[in-house]
Write a protein that binds this ligand. Structure first.
Ligand code: ACO
Length: 334
Protein backbone atom coordinates (compact mmCIF):
# COMPACT_ATOMS: atom_id res chain seq x y z
CA UNK A 1 0.00 0.00 0.00
CA UNK A 2 1.25 3.51 -0.87
CA UNK A 3 2.30 5.67 2.08
CA UNK A 4 1.56 9.29 1.19
CA UNK A 5 3.91 12.00 2.44
CA UNK A 6 1.49 14.93 2.22
CA UNK A 7 -2.21 15.61 2.38
CA UNK A 8 -4.61 18.45 1.69
CA UNK A 9 -5.18 20.38 4.91
CA UNK A 10 -7.42 23.09 3.46
CA UNK A 11 -8.67 24.59 0.19
CA UNK A 12 -10.09 27.91 -1.00
CA UNK A 13 -11.04 29.79 -4.14
CA UNK A 14 -11.89 33.22 -5.44
CA UNK A 15 -13.95 34.17 -8.48
CA UNK A 16 -14.37 37.84 -9.44
CA UNK A 17 -17.94 39.13 -9.43
CA UNK A 18 -18.23 40.33 -13.04
CA UNK A 19 -20.00 37.73 -15.19
CA UNK A 20 -19.40 37.84 -18.97
CA UNK A 21 -21.98 35.72 -20.76
CA UNK A 22 -21.95 34.29 -24.26
CA UNK A 23 -24.61 36.90 -25.11
CA UNK A 24 -22.12 39.62 -24.09
CA UNK A 25 -19.52 38.07 -26.43
CA UNK A 26 -22.04 37.98 -29.30
CA UNK A 27 -21.92 41.79 -29.14
CA UNK A 28 -18.10 41.85 -29.25
CA UNK A 29 -17.12 39.28 -31.93
CA UNK A 30 -18.74 37.21 -34.69
CA UNK A 31 -19.85 34.27 -32.53
CA UNK A 32 -23.02 32.77 -31.07
CA UNK A 33 -24.15 31.36 -27.75
CA UNK A 34 -24.96 28.09 -29.52
CA UNK A 35 -21.50 27.77 -31.14
CA UNK A 36 -19.73 28.38 -27.83
CA UNK A 37 -21.92 25.91 -25.89
CA UNK A 38 -21.73 23.20 -28.59
CA UNK A 39 -17.96 23.45 -29.13
CA UNK A 40 -16.80 24.17 -25.56
CA UNK A 41 -19.59 23.76 -22.98
CA UNK A 42 -19.00 27.32 -21.72
CA UNK A 43 -22.00 29.60 -20.95
CA UNK A 44 -20.30 32.34 -18.95
CA UNK A 45 -16.97 33.27 -17.38
CA UNK A 46 -15.79 35.64 -14.63
CA UNK A 47 -13.78 38.79 -15.36
CA UNK A 48 -11.70 40.68 -12.79
CA UNK A 49 -12.64 44.36 -12.45
CA UNK A 50 -10.11 47.09 -13.11
CA UNK A 51 -7.82 47.52 -10.10
CA UNK A 52 -7.93 43.85 -9.09
CA UNK A 53 -4.58 42.17 -9.77
CA UNK A 54 -3.44 38.55 -9.87
CA UNK A 55 -1.98 38.57 -6.34
CA UNK A 56 -5.27 39.96 -4.93
CA UNK A 57 -7.18 36.97 -6.27
CA UNK A 58 -4.47 34.54 -5.14
CA UNK A 59 -4.45 36.08 -1.65
CA UNK A 60 -8.24 35.80 -1.31
CA UNK A 61 -8.12 32.10 -2.23
CA UNK A 62 -5.12 31.51 0.05
CA UNK A 63 -6.88 33.14 3.05
CA UNK A 64 -9.81 30.74 2.64
CA UNK A 65 -7.45 27.76 2.39
CA UNK A 66 -5.56 28.84 5.54
CA UNK A 67 -8.85 29.21 7.42
CA UNK A 68 -10.00 25.75 6.28
CA UNK A 69 -6.65 24.29 7.36
CA UNK A 70 -6.89 26.16 10.70
CA UNK A 71 -3.45 27.64 10.09
CA UNK A 72 -2.00 31.15 10.22
CA UNK A 73 0.00 32.74 7.39
CA UNK A 74 3.06 32.56 9.66
CA UNK A 75 2.72 28.74 9.70
CA UNK A 76 3.57 28.56 5.96
CA UNK A 77 6.97 27.10 5.04
CA UNK A 78 6.71 27.77 1.31
CA UNK A 79 4.46 29.59 -1.18
CA UNK A 80 4.18 28.34 -4.77
CA UNK A 81 2.08 30.30 -7.26
CA UNK A 82 1.29 28.69 -10.62
CA UNK A 83 0.46 31.45 -13.09
CA UNK A 84 1.14 32.69 -16.62
CA UNK A 85 -0.46 36.06 -15.82
CA UNK A 86 1.77 37.43 -13.04
CA UNK A 87 1.38 40.87 -11.45
CA UNK A 88 4.58 41.85 -13.33
CA UNK A 89 7.60 40.08 -14.86
CA UNK A 90 9.65 40.66 -11.71
CA UNK A 91 9.39 39.96 -8.81
CA UNK A 92 7.31 36.82 -8.47
CA UNK A 93 3.57 37.14 -7.81
CA UNK A 94 4.18 34.74 -4.91
CA UNK A 95 6.07 37.41 -2.96
CA UNK A 96 3.13 39.82 -3.31
CA UNK A 97 0.89 37.04 -1.97
CA UNK A 98 3.37 36.58 0.88
CA UNK A 99 3.25 40.33 1.60
CA UNK A 100 -0.57 40.50 1.47
CA UNK A 101 -0.98 37.42 3.68
CA UNK A 102 1.62 38.65 6.20
CA UNK A 103 3.48 35.35 5.93
CA UNK A 104 7.03 35.00 7.27
CA UNK A 105 10.19 34.94 5.18
CA UNK A 106 9.57 31.51 3.69
CA UNK A 107 10.58 30.84 0.07
CA UNK A 108 7.93 32.16 -2.32
CA UNK A 109 8.14 31.67 -6.07
CA UNK A 110 6.10 31.41 -9.27
CA UNK A 111 6.03 28.50 -11.63
CA UNK A 112 5.07 28.69 -15.26
CA UNK A 113 3.34 25.55 -16.50
CA UNK A 114 0.13 27.22 -17.73
CA UNK A 115 -2.95 25.06 -17.15
CA UNK A 116 -0.81 22.34 -15.56
CA UNK A 117 0.67 24.84 -13.06
CA UNK A 118 -1.39 23.62 -10.12
CA UNK A 119 -0.46 19.95 -10.59
CA UNK A 120 3.21 20.91 -11.05
CA UNK A 121 2.95 22.96 -7.82
CA UNK A 122 1.40 20.07 -5.88
CA UNK A 123 4.10 17.73 -7.12
CA UNK A 124 6.90 20.11 -6.05
CA UNK A 125 5.28 20.77 -2.65
CA UNK A 126 4.92 17.02 -2.08
CA UNK A 127 8.66 16.47 -2.70
CA UNK A 128 9.63 19.11 -0.11
CA UNK A 129 7.22 17.68 2.47
CA UNK A 130 8.38 14.14 1.70
CA UNK A 131 12.03 15.13 2.31
CA UNK A 132 11.07 16.58 5.71
CA UNK A 133 12.41 20.04 4.77
CA UNK A 134 8.97 21.69 4.69
CA UNK A 135 5.76 21.18 6.65
CA UNK A 136 3.00 23.48 5.39
CA UNK A 137 3.11 24.54 1.75
CA UNK A 138 0.63 26.90 0.05
CA UNK A 139 0.01 26.02 -3.60
CA UNK A 140 -2.01 28.55 -5.59
CA UNK A 141 -3.26 28.39 -9.18
CA UNK A 142 -4.29 31.85 -10.33
CA UNK A 143 -4.92 33.54 -13.67
CA UNK A 144 -6.05 36.95 -14.81
CA UNK A 145 -6.34 35.88 -18.43
CA UNK A 146 -8.82 38.61 -19.41
CA UNK A 147 -5.84 41.03 -19.52
CA UNK A 148 -3.87 38.89 -22.01
CA UNK A 149 -6.77 37.94 -24.29
CA UNK A 150 -7.30 39.58 -27.65
CA UNK A 151 -10.98 40.46 -27.30
CA UNK A 152 -11.23 40.73 -31.11
CA UNK A 153 -10.10 37.12 -31.65
CA UNK A 154 -13.17 34.87 -31.48
CA UNK A 155 -11.06 31.71 -31.51
CA UNK A 156 -9.63 32.48 -28.05
CA UNK A 157 -11.72 35.16 -26.30
CA UNK A 158 -14.72 32.88 -25.78
CA UNK A 159 -12.66 30.32 -23.86
CA UNK A 160 -10.98 31.95 -20.91
CA UNK A 161 -11.92 33.41 -17.52
CA UNK A 162 -10.28 34.80 -14.37
CA UNK A 163 -10.02 33.18 -10.94
CA UNK A 164 -7.86 31.64 -8.23
CA UNK A 165 -7.76 28.41 -6.26
CA UNK A 166 -5.52 27.44 -3.35
CA UNK A 167 -4.55 24.37 -1.38
CA UNK A 168 -2.46 23.95 1.77
CA UNK A 169 -0.47 20.73 1.67
CA UNK A 170 0.88 19.43 4.96
CA UNK A 171 2.29 16.20 6.35
CA UNK A 172 0.09 13.17 5.72
CA UNK A 173 -1.71 11.61 8.62
CA UNK A 174 -4.96 9.90 9.46
CA UNK A 175 -6.80 7.15 7.68
CA UNK A 176 -10.26 6.58 6.25
CA UNK A 177 -12.82 4.53 8.21
CA UNK A 178 -11.63 1.39 6.37
CA UNK A 179 -7.96 2.04 7.21
CA UNK A 180 -6.72 3.56 3.93
CA UNK A 181 -4.17 6.38 4.36
CA UNK A 182 -5.36 9.89 3.43
CA UNK A 183 -3.11 12.02 1.26
CA UNK A 184 -1.48 12.67 -2.08
CA UNK A 185 -0.95 9.17 -3.47
CA UNK A 186 0.88 10.07 -6.69
CA UNK A 187 1.76 12.84 -9.10
CA UNK A 188 3.04 12.58 -12.66
CA UNK A 189 4.21 15.71 -14.50
CA UNK A 190 5.53 16.08 -18.05
CA UNK A 191 6.34 18.65 -20.75
CA UNK A 192 7.00 18.51 -24.49
CA UNK A 193 8.76 21.61 -25.78
CA UNK A 194 8.37 20.45 -29.37
CA UNK A 195 4.80 21.72 -29.19
CA UNK A 196 5.70 25.08 -27.60
CA UNK A 197 4.45 27.06 -30.60
CA UNK A 198 0.88 25.72 -30.24
CA UNK A 199 -0.05 28.14 -27.49
CA UNK A 200 1.88 31.25 -26.55
CA UNK A 201 2.01 34.94 -25.75
CA UNK A 202 4.79 35.64 -28.27
CA UNK A 203 5.68 39.22 -27.34
CA UNK A 204 6.93 41.00 -24.26
CA UNK A 205 9.88 38.71 -23.45
CA UNK A 206 13.50 38.61 -24.67
CA UNK A 207 12.48 37.29 -28.11
CA UNK A 208 10.30 40.31 -28.84
CA UNK A 209 10.63 43.03 -26.20
CA UNK A 210 7.57 45.24 -25.71
CA UNK A 211 7.20 48.00 -28.34
CA UNK A 212 4.23 50.03 -29.54
CA UNK A 213 4.30 48.08 -32.81
CA UNK A 214 4.21 44.77 -30.95
CA UNK A 215 1.20 45.93 -28.94
CA UNK A 216 -0.57 47.09 -32.12
CA UNK A 217 0.02 43.62 -33.59
CA UNK A 218 -1.47 42.06 -30.41
CA UNK A 219 1.69 40.01 -29.90
CA UNK A 220 1.30 40.61 -26.16
CA UNK A 221 -1.91 38.53 -26.26
CA UNK A 222 -2.67 34.79 -26.33
CA UNK A 223 -2.14 33.04 -29.69
CA UNK A 224 -3.39 29.49 -29.97
CA UNK A 225 -3.64 26.68 -32.51
CA UNK A 226 -6.80 25.28 -30.95
CA UNK A 227 -7.04 22.04 -32.90
CA UNK A 228 -3.41 21.08 -32.19
CA UNK A 229 -4.05 21.50 -28.46
CA UNK A 230 -7.38 19.67 -28.66
CA UNK A 231 -5.88 16.49 -30.11
CA UNK A 232 -2.95 16.29 -27.72
CA UNK A 233 -5.15 17.19 -24.74
CA UNK A 234 -7.46 14.20 -25.18
CA UNK A 235 -4.48 11.83 -25.52
CA UNK A 236 -2.36 13.26 -22.71
CA UNK A 237 -5.12 13.83 -20.14
CA UNK A 238 -5.94 10.15 -20.51
CA UNK A 239 -2.29 9.04 -20.26
CA UNK A 240 -1.47 11.36 -17.31
CA UNK A 241 -4.43 10.07 -15.30
CA UNK A 242 -3.66 6.47 -16.22
CA UNK A 243 0.02 6.81 -15.30
CA UNK A 244 -0.77 8.54 -11.98
CA UNK A 245 -3.28 5.73 -11.25
CA UNK A 246 -0.76 3.01 -12.20
CA UNK A 247 1.69 4.49 -9.67
CA UNK A 248 -0.90 3.81 -6.93
CA UNK A 249 -1.92 0.38 -8.20
CA UNK A 250 -5.50 1.64 -8.59
CA UNK A 251 -7.81 1.47 -11.59
CA UNK A 252 -10.05 4.27 -12.88
CA UNK A 253 -13.06 2.34 -11.55
CA UNK A 254 -11.76 2.69 -7.98
CA UNK A 255 -11.68 6.49 -8.20
CA UNK A 256 -14.66 8.41 -6.75
CA UNK A 257 -14.17 11.62 -8.72
CA UNK A 258 -12.29 12.91 -11.75
CA UNK A 259 -11.37 16.59 -11.25
CA UNK A 260 -10.10 17.59 -14.69
CA UNK A 261 -8.78 20.90 -15.96
CA UNK A 262 -11.75 22.73 -17.47
CA UNK A 263 -10.54 23.60 -20.99
CA UNK A 264 -13.32 22.20 -23.14
CA UNK A 265 -16.25 19.92 -22.24
CA UNK A 266 -15.60 17.82 -25.35
CA UNK A 267 -11.96 17.23 -24.34
CA UNK A 268 -13.11 16.18 -20.84
CA UNK A 269 -15.82 13.86 -22.26
CA UNK A 270 -13.40 12.15 -24.68
CA UNK A 271 -10.74 11.65 -21.97
CA UNK A 272 -13.30 10.33 -19.43
CA UNK A 273 -14.74 7.90 -22.01
CA UNK A 274 -11.24 6.61 -22.78
CA UNK A 275 -10.65 6.07 -19.07
CA UNK A 276 -13.99 4.26 -18.83
CA UNK A 277 -15.26 6.65 -16.15
CA UNK A 278 -19.02 7.41 -16.10
CA UNK A 279 -20.13 11.05 -16.51
CA UNK A 280 -21.57 11.19 -12.96
CA UNK A 281 -18.02 10.89 -11.57
CA UNK A 282 -16.62 13.78 -13.63
CA UNK A 283 -16.68 17.16 -11.86
CA UNK A 284 -17.57 20.11 -14.10
CA UNK A 285 -17.85 23.90 -13.71
CA UNK A 286 -16.66 25.02 -17.16
CA UNK A 287 -20.21 26.19 -17.97
CA UNK A 288 -19.95 28.86 -15.21
CA UNK A 289 -16.24 29.77 -15.17
CA UNK A 290 -14.70 28.86 -18.55
CA UNK A 291 -11.01 27.96 -18.75
CA UNK A 292 -9.18 29.57 -15.82
CA UNK A 293 -5.91 27.77 -16.65
CA UNK A 294 -3.88 26.93 -13.51
CA UNK A 295 -6.79 28.01 -11.26
CA UNK A 296 -9.19 25.56 -12.83
CA UNK A 297 -8.55 22.41 -10.74
CA UNK A 298 -8.24 24.05 -7.29
CA UNK A 299 -11.43 26.08 -7.90
CA UNK A 300 -13.33 22.95 -8.91
CA UNK A 301 -11.88 20.97 -6.00
CA UNK A 302 -12.76 23.63 -3.43
CA UNK A 303 -16.31 24.11 -4.77
CA UNK A 304 -16.99 20.39 -4.48
CA UNK A 305 -15.38 20.03 -1.05
CA UNK A 306 -17.38 22.97 0.31
CA UNK A 307 -20.66 21.68 -1.17
CA UNK A 308 -20.00 18.28 0.47
CA UNK A 309 -20.03 16.42 -2.86
CA UNK A 310 -16.43 15.27 -2.28
CA UNK A 311 -16.24 13.71 1.17
CA UNK A 312 -13.48 12.61 3.54
CA UNK A 313 -12.05 9.32 2.30
CA UNK A 314 -13.00 9.92 -1.36
CA UNK A 315 -10.31 9.38 -3.96
CA UNK A 316 -9.95 12.16 -6.55
CA UNK A 317 -7.99 11.97 -9.82
CA UNK A 318 -6.84 15.34 -11.17
CA UNK A 319 -5.43 15.96 -14.64
CA UNK A 320 -4.46 19.02 -16.65
CA UNK A 321 -2.76 20.07 -19.89
CA UNK A 322 -1.77 23.50 -21.14
CA UNK A 323 0.79 25.67 -22.89
CA UNK A 324 4.30 24.25 -23.07
CA UNK A 325 2.85 21.89 -23.65
CA UNK A 326 2.90 20.74 -20.06
CA UNK A 327 0.59 18.21 -18.49
CA UNK A 328 0.15 16.10 -15.41
CA UNK A 329 -2.01 13.91 -13.23
CA UNK A 330 -2.40 13.50 -9.47
CA UNK A 331 -4.31 11.06 -7.28
CA UNK A 332 -5.38 12.19 -3.82
CA UNK A 333 -7.38 10.57 -1.05
CA UNK A 334 -9.17 13.38 0.79
N1 ACO B 1 -17.57 31.49 -32.80
C1 ACO B 1 -17.96 31.07 -34.01
N2 ACO B 1 -17.18 30.43 -34.87
C2 ACO B 1 -15.91 30.19 -34.49
C3 ACO B 1 -15.42 30.59 -33.22
C4 ACO B 1 -16.31 31.27 -32.38
N3 ACO B 1 -15.94 31.69 -31.15
N4 ACO B 1 -14.13 30.23 -33.13
C5 ACO B 1 -13.80 29.58 -34.26
N5 ACO B 1 -14.89 29.59 -35.10
C6 ACO B 1 -14.98 29.01 -36.42
C7 ACO B 1 -13.66 28.83 -37.10
O1 ACO B 1 -13.24 30.02 -37.72
C8 ACO B 1 -13.96 27.73 -38.10
O2 ACO B 1 -14.62 28.31 -39.19
P1 ACO B 1 -14.33 27.75 -40.69
O3 ACO B 1 -14.78 26.32 -40.67
O4 ACO B 1 -15.18 28.63 -41.53
O5 ACO B 1 -12.86 27.90 -40.90
C9 ACO B 1 -14.97 26.86 -37.35
O6 ACO B 1 -15.51 27.70 -36.30
C10 ACO B 1 -14.40 25.62 -36.73
O7 ACO B 1 -13.19 25.98 -36.04
P2 ACO B 1 -12.31 24.91 -35.31
O8 ACO B 1 -11.05 25.56 -34.84
O9 ACO B 1 -12.22 23.68 -36.16
O10 ACO B 1 -13.25 24.56 -34.05
P3 ACO B 1 -13.03 23.48 -32.96
O11 ACO B 1 -14.15 22.55 -32.95
O12 ACO B 1 -11.64 22.90 -33.00
O13 ACO B 1 -13.13 24.33 -31.62
C11 ACO B 1 -11.69 25.28 -29.94
C12 ACO B 1 -12.19 25.37 -31.38
C13 ACO B 1 -12.89 25.44 -29.02
C14 ACO B 1 -10.68 26.38 -29.68
C15 ACO B 1 -11.04 23.89 -29.69
O14 ACO B 1 -10.12 23.61 -30.71
C16 ACO B 1 -10.36 23.78 -28.36
O15 ACO B 1 -10.98 23.80 -27.31
N6 ACO B 1 -9.04 23.59 -28.37
C17 ACO B 1 -8.29 23.40 -27.13
C18 ACO B 1 -8.04 24.69 -26.45
C19 ACO B 1 -7.39 24.42 -25.12
O16 ACO B 1 -7.65 23.40 -24.49
N7 ACO B 1 -6.50 25.24 -24.65
C20 ACO B 1 -5.93 24.74 -23.40
C21 ACO B 1 -4.89 25.27 -22.87
S1 ACO B 1 -5.14 26.88 -22.31
C22 ACO B 1 -3.73 27.32 -21.45
O17 ACO B 1 -2.80 26.59 -21.35
C23 ACO B 1 -3.67 28.72 -20.92
Amino acid sequence: MITPASRILGTGHYLPSIVRTNADLEKMVDTSDQWIIDRTGIRERRIAPEGVVTSDMATAAAKQALEAAELKASDLDMIIVGTVTPDMPMPATAVFVQQKLGAGSCPAFDLSAACAGFIFGMSIADQFIRSGVMKNVLVVGVELLSRVINWEDRTTCVLFGDGAGAVILGPAGGATHDGKPRGLLSTKIQSDGLLAQSLMIPGGGSVAPMTTELIEQKKNKVHMRGQDIFKVAVKNLYSATKEALDMTGMTAEQVDWICPHQANLRIIDFAATRLGVPKEKVLINIDRVGNTSSASIPILLDENLRSGKIRTGDTVAMCALGAGISWGGAIVRI
